[in-house]
Design a protein around this ligand. Structure first.
Ligand code: AQP
Length: 344
């Protein structure tokens, strides 16, 4: 069966958005809008899988929305909304809680990392997070999902859930006239030189909102001085930059900075090394500061302007939610028929 191509992706409103969220996800969201119908969601239901201060959650939800718009996503042509306004996400997630197997979720590395040693005290929601993510995508029968490398395993689980639903209910899917399969198997779109941006303080850890040190990340709302300071203080090694990519393999911090430069300049890493191979980090970091300030400065300024207009932001979310819900409600009607739920 062929499905209408549709892009879906989400970002959690869990703190300050950073360069990893931008290069790994949001910048690519904007790039896809010419070729696909896109639905971009601020996933506030995912955010509360760990404690969120209510006022801060609302602030961060508007900030992520502002980032989507500032990056160039057109909220009229495409859909931008926050997840909790479309109840069908949670409804389908419950069905998927009953399709997915405990063993599948037990293998999820992000749960292990986030729950840490205190597993018994983690929320049930944090464990079931990948089922809700599958519902987010599949309630729109999404076919393509742009994400950073860290979400690859969750995407594979979404495919497994879609496949198992299609198998478990194959007779009912056919009997209700939906053809051979109901859900597409969504494909991850993970590409480019910055699918996993690492911490500026430790090249073995990904850049993350929840890392306590603000020097580990560049926030999208950082001003030019903060960007410059963070890049100048970024951990490096004493060797000059290599001329070829192979030379970056044993040098995670150098590899990370070169990847960031390449992604911001929209060129391959090899081209960055052709220009800076043999240069000292002081020279390279100065060039990276200039590039980062040029690329991120206007974006941060536009985000700050937009968050000062919550009435506009909330109207974008309400309009997006109502258009998203039209699609999601159709899917849920069909799912209810397929599963055997009596409905009005
Ligand atoms: N370091 C990263 N490099 C590339 N892509 C990244 N993403 C996150 N970190 C990096 C991608 O950004 C999108 C939104 O992520 P999210 O906010 O939904 O969740 P996350 O992956 O849990 O983000 P953080 O910043 O690491 O938050 P915390 O600290 O709360 O865990 C996703 O597509 C993700 O792949």
């Amino acid at each position: 069966m062929t499905f209408k191509e549709r892009v879906f992706s989400g970002v959690q409103p869990t703190g300050n958005l950073h360069l990893g969220n931008y290069l790994g996800a949001i910048a690519r969201f904007a790039a896809l809008q010419d070729n696909y119908d896109c639905i971009y969601c601020v996933v506030d239901l995912h955010a509360i899988t760990v404690w969120q201060d209510p006022a801060e959650l609302a602030r961060a939800t508007r900030e992520v929305t502002a980032a989507f718009i500032a990056c160039g996503i057109d909220p009229k042509k495409h859909i931008i909304f926050n997840q909790s306004q479309v109840a069908e996400h949670a409804e389908l997630a419950w069905v998927f809680n009953c399709v997915a197997r405990m063993g599948w979720l037990n293998r999820m590395t992000q749960f292990k990392e986030k729950a840490g040693k205190d597993r018994e005290n983690a929320s049930v929601g944090l464990f079931a997070y990948p089922n809700l993510m599958a519902a987010d995508i599949l309630v729109y029968r999404g076919t393509h999902v742009p994400v950073g490398e860290d979400q690859k395993q969750h995407l594979e689980l979404s495919r497994d859930i879609a496949q198992k639903f299609n198998n478990d209910f194959s007779a009912s899917i056919k009997a209700h006239g939906f053809g051979e399969t109901f859900f597409p198997l969504p494909e991850p779109l993970i590409a480019g030189p910055a699918t996993r941006v690492m911490s500026l303080r430790d090249g073995s850890k990904k850049m993350s909102k929840s890392e306590p040190s603000d020097y580990s990340r560049i926030n999208l709302t950082d001003d030019a001085d903060a960007i410059a300071q963070k890049i100048r203080k970024a951990k490096t090694d004493p060797e000059p930059l290599p001329s070829e990519e192979k030379g970056l393999e044993p040098r995670p911090e150098a590899d990370n900075l070169v990847g960031i430069y390449a992604a911001l300049a929209a060129v391959p890493k090899a081209q960055v090394l052709a220009e800076f191979g043999g240069a000292q980090f002081s020279t390279f970091k100065s060039a990276l500061v200039d590039l980062a300030v040029v690329k991120l400065g206007p974006l941060g300024a536009e985000m700050k302007r937009l968050v000062h207009d919550p009435v506009y932001i909330d109207s974008v979310l309400a309009d997006g939610a109502s258009r998203a819900q039209t699609i999601a409600a159709d899917t849920m009607k069909a799912v209810k028929d397929i599963v055997g739920f009596i409905r009005r």
